[in-house]
Design a protein around this ligand. Structure first.
Ligand SMILES: [Zn+2]
Length: 105
């Protein structure tokens, strides 16, 4: 990954993190839906399906009122959710461990 591309990615990430932090600080994120990695075993509040922690396993979560759905139910209910900070971090980590397919010289 070239310097310019890294700079772009860093800028985009910083902007998103800033935005999400502000949102959390003002409490506006509490009632929103977030795509987040599954941290501990749970079950979907709609279909009752098991949500187990693992790499690449995500759920859709709302803090107030506390609700957790599997991705399939979230899609079926047409919930609009955003990737959480945690999800972004996990995704970045996963990307970082793989070899970049677009290598610039
Ligand atoms: Zn479900």
């Amino acid at each position: 990954m070239g310097y310019k591309r890294r700079q772009q990615v860093r800028k985009a990430n910083a902007a998103r993190i800033r935005e999400q932090k502000a949102s959390r600080a003002t409490g506006t994120s509490a009632g929103k839906w977030w795509l987040t990695p599954i941290k501990r075993p749970a079950s979907c509040n709609r279909c009752g399906g098991a949500l187990r922690p693992g790499v690449g396993r995500n759920c859709v979560y709302r803090r107030v009122p506390e609700t957790i759905y599997c991705c399939i139910c979230a899609e079926n209910l047409q919930i609009s959710y955003r990737p959480s900070l945690r999800w972004e971090q996990a995704a970045a980590k996963a990307r970082g461990s793989k070899a970049s397919p677009r290598r610039q010289s």
